[in-house]
Design a protein around this ligand. Sequence first.
Ligand SMILES: NC(=O)C1=CN([C@@H]2O[C@H](COP(=O)(O)OP(=O)(O)OC[C@H]3O[C@@H](n4cnc5c(N)ncnc54)[C@H](OP(=O)(O)O)[C@@H]3O)[C@@H](O)[C@H]2O)C=CC1
Ligand SMILES: N[C@@H](CC=O)C(=O)O
Ligand code: NA
Length: 426
Amino acid sequence: MREIGIGLLGLGTVGSGVVRLLQDNQAKISSITGRRLTIKRVIVRHPEKHRDTKLDGVPMTANIEDMIQDPAVQIVVEVMGTIQLAEDYIKRLLQAGKHVVTANKDLIAQKGGELVDIAAKKQRDLMYEASVAGGIPILRTIVNSFAADQILEVSGIVNGTTNYILTQMNQKKVSYAAALKSAQDLGFAESDPTNDVMGIDAAYKMIILTQFAFGMSLKLENVTVEGIDKVRLEDIQQAQSLGYTIKLIGDAKEIDGKASVSVGPTLIANSNPLAAVQNENNAVVVKSAAVGNTMFYGPGAGELPTANSVVSDIIAVTKDIGIGITGNTFNSYRHQVAIAPNSAVKSAYYLALKVRDIPGQMLALTRIMAESKASFRQIFQTSSDGDFARVVMITHEISLAQLEKVQEKVAVLENIELISSYRVLD
Ligand SMILES: NC(=O)C1=CN([C@@H]2O[C@H](COP(=O)(O)OP(=O)(O)OC[C@H]3O[C@@H](n4cnc5c(N)ncnc54)[C@H](OP(=O)(O)O)[C@@H]3O)[C@@H](O)[C@H]2O)C=CC1
Ligand SMILES: N[C@@H](CC=O)C(=O)O
Ligand code: NA
């Protein structure tokens, strides 16, 4: 049987999983592809480090040139991370005629367009199924199974670390710091978890999903992003008492041909299936004109789930090599970028406010709401420590422009502080 040589750029959580799947499922993969997939070379930062993953006889070095120059390597798997270095390496690998599979959403979200162009010019494949929602095969599904349908919205939970943290805080009353630490130990979090908790990792994934769903290549500054770093246990408990669970939700919708993309803590009604998605699991809901709502659920991070997406890409590339059709872009849908105005983006909101416990404050608050033409469906004063009361309200559907008006007006009030404003999804 003919051989396909694989090069691994990175042998951490995901890289080790890739090795394991290629070894454990070799016979099945060969039966499907008609090729024997063999790991020929590994590049890591510290080649001398002790590793549990055993790759007898496979050279392991720190110099990318070793991979670029190795004629035995046809497909390189980039599971190293970073943006600039990975960009430089992948460009050189593509120029040298290698096919590339990557799990690097940071890179694809920011530099994907350039890399796709180089790959196409060199007639090489560039695939990145693992970059969005880890083990869920969402990108290929959008390309293949929604090609004939008009996607209206793609939304859901696309970061495993934050969903794990929120689940642990909500169910086990674990502290934020302890939950983050265990997400790191379990290998879900990025090497620097700032991007996870600040919503940036989810924003990168939403940028990639927007490209696949609407053909628009957005930049990070086009996405409204808020992380979970300011979500308090009080908010989580308050939401629960109202019948909601707080999740970090990514949302990309098309409004009159324009995109609106956001990431932020959101109150999900407990009857909504997204509320039941726990720990590192992700769920992506695709709303489309013909099909309606379709939900894709599964592990969004972790060694083997992510590795399965990587290996599915390796198999796709191997099949393309076999029939001589490499160089087709992973997603060929292109559409001019247009961003929806804030007046067109609508949602219900949960507003939590710290209000000085003196007469007249509720009146001031309701006046601001009336002036902003924003009505509320629920309002509570939940506790008072003598000086300050906590007031929580859930609005009817209002536009982002109206919300901003309310935020601006509250900001100038001396006795009322807006602590959080989160979207509400029924
Ligand atoms: N973990 C997950 O659940 C998921 C991760 N991803 C993405 O997959 C990629 C890898 O993640 P993960 O496996 O968790 O990361 P790890 O930190 O576990 O592994 C990174 C690997 O890359 C190597 N590496 C790092 N820097 C360099 C460098 N400068 N030169 C050569 N090698 C280098 C490291 O070498 P050494 O071992 O010597 O330190 C290590 O083997 C990232 O892009 C991540 O965003 C995507 C989906 C899920
Ligand atoms: N850090 C990411 C890993 C997968 O992309 C996450 O937690 O989802
Ligand atoms: Na995926």
